[in-house]
Design a binder for this molecule. Structure first.
Ligand code: COA
Length: 387
């Protein structure tokens, strides 16, 4: 039985900062951000968008297309959690009116969270082939105003439906995992922004890529040339490019060109949205699917990395007719309709979003009708509303 990704829902907040404006404000050559880091824009979440509301909005993108009663599992991966105890997924369950029999919880391992959920969902569907699973990754990447990591911030969510006989990507058996207890990026409980050893984290990412990609090829008896594309977790797009350059070292021209061309397609959304931590690899997948034509059965390699650090390489095959499940026009509109912020507007909104609103204060969202948002707390309970 084939199990894999049947639906992909994407959401990013309705505001952005242009990296040329940010470079000018920070007195940096814009090409450092555009070429050296590989980012053009970054989405900014105001106080009314958090991991939960973004996760609801991403799932709503496909919610009415699926058999809702069959959802037996919903996992929420995030490192922008809204509560130390209650799972973000319970707020989503409530908004979507999911049946009470659903098993639902939150997982955390930096940017690896959605992949951890996906692997559990795959195994769940293998045991319960009549049921499906929703896996959500939703995050706001916050390093802080005027920090080296600022250019690699972003906000957004990807929601996946995992089921048997999937319509988009069929997941292959086997994976290669690798972990080490290190401190390359972390966020202590009393911090609203991440602490990061930026250069060290990029070295570890590339080291773990080489280790897991090598081990995966050995496990499966496959060669680099068997892959149509290698997509990566993208904290910023230059890092995924470096991983792909490692992958094509010593390969024939056709393989190198194919992998590098498909990597370009996979980075398009990330360049406009920025880092969305747990969901970033899956935004690369969506971007690849929407920006190139892939033949049925094309083999995709997926590299997931979560600081701290945990990495995994696995693969899937493209399902014939996958295009019919996508809505590239709506995704493009979501990006093009965002409101452009000046750097000083972004700074105000960014800093305000890290404040906890006074209990009882009602927050008003300027999102489109139909979108969900965080409306503040009542008696310390978070309130989510639909516009
Ligand atoms: N034109 C083109 N490229 C330029 C440039 C210019 N004018 N100026 C600099 N660059 C290039 C540099 O050569 C470098 O390229 P390289 O990585 O290929 O060597 C790149 O831009 C970055 O420059 P650097 O001086 O290393 O930037 P930095 O000290 O500001 O740090 C990060 C960059 C990525 C380390 C920093 O943004 C960060 O900490 N980000 C968060 C890290 C992260 O996301 N970690 C999690 C990993 S999962």
């Amino acid at each position: 039985m084939q199990v894999g990704i049947d639906q992909i829902g994407f959401y990013t907040p309705n505001k952005y900062v242009d990296m040329v404006d940010l470079a000018e404000a920070r007195n940096v050559d814009p090409n450092k951000f555009l070429i050296g880091i590989g980012q053009k824009k970054m989405s900014v979440a105001d106080q009314t968008q958090d991991a939960v509301s973004m996760g609801i909005n991403a799932t709503l993108r496909y919610w009415n297309k699926i058999d809702q009663d069959k959802v037996g599992l919903m996992i929420f991966g995030t490192e922008s959690s809204v509560d130390q105890s209650k799972s973000a997924s319970l707020f989503v369950k409530s908004a979507l009116h999911l049946k009470p029999e659903v098993r639902t919880f939150e997982v955390k391992e930096a940017c690896f969270g959605l992949t951890a959920g996906l692997m559990m969902a795959r195994d769940f569907v293998r045991v319960h082939p009549d049921q499906s699973a929703i896996v959500i990754g939703s995050d706001i990447a916050r390093y802080g105003v005027n920090t080296p990591g600022e250019v690699t911030q972003g906000a957004g969510s990807i929601s996946l439906l995992i089921k048997s006989d999937p319509s988009i990507l069929s997941l292959n058996d086997g994976h290669s995992a690798y972990s080490e207890d290190i401190n390359d990026f972390w966020r202590p409980n009393n911090h609203t922004t991440a602490l990061v050893e930026g250069k060290y984290s990029t070295q570890v990412y590339l080291d773990f890529f080489s280790k897991t990609f090598g081990a995966y090829k050995e496990l499966k008896g496959w060669k680099t040339q068997d892959f149509s594309a290698i997509i990566c977790h993208l904290p910023y797009t230059k890092l995924g490019l470096k991983a792909n350059r490692l992958a094509v070292e010593g390969q024939d021209e056709e393989t190198s060109e194919r992998l590098l061309t498909n990597f370009e397609a996979s980075k398009q959304m990330s360049m406009q949205v920025g880092n969305i931590y747990t969901a970033s690899l899956y935004m690369s997948l969506l971007s690849l699917l929407e920006n190139t034509d892939l033949a049925p059965n094309s083999l995709l390699g997926l590299f997931s990395y979560g600081s701290g650090a945990m990495a995994e390489f696995y693969s899937g095959n493209i399902v014939d007719g996958y295009e019919e499940q996508l809505d590239p026009e709506a995704d493009r509109l979501m990006l093009s309709e965002r409101q452009k912020l000046s750097v000083s507007e972004y700074e105000k909104i960014f800093n305000k979003a890290m404040e906890v609103p006074e209990d009882g204060q009602e927050l008003i969202s300027d999102e489109k009708p139909g979108r969900w948002y965080f409306a503040g707390t009542k008696n310390e309970v978070r309130q989510y509303k639909q516009k």
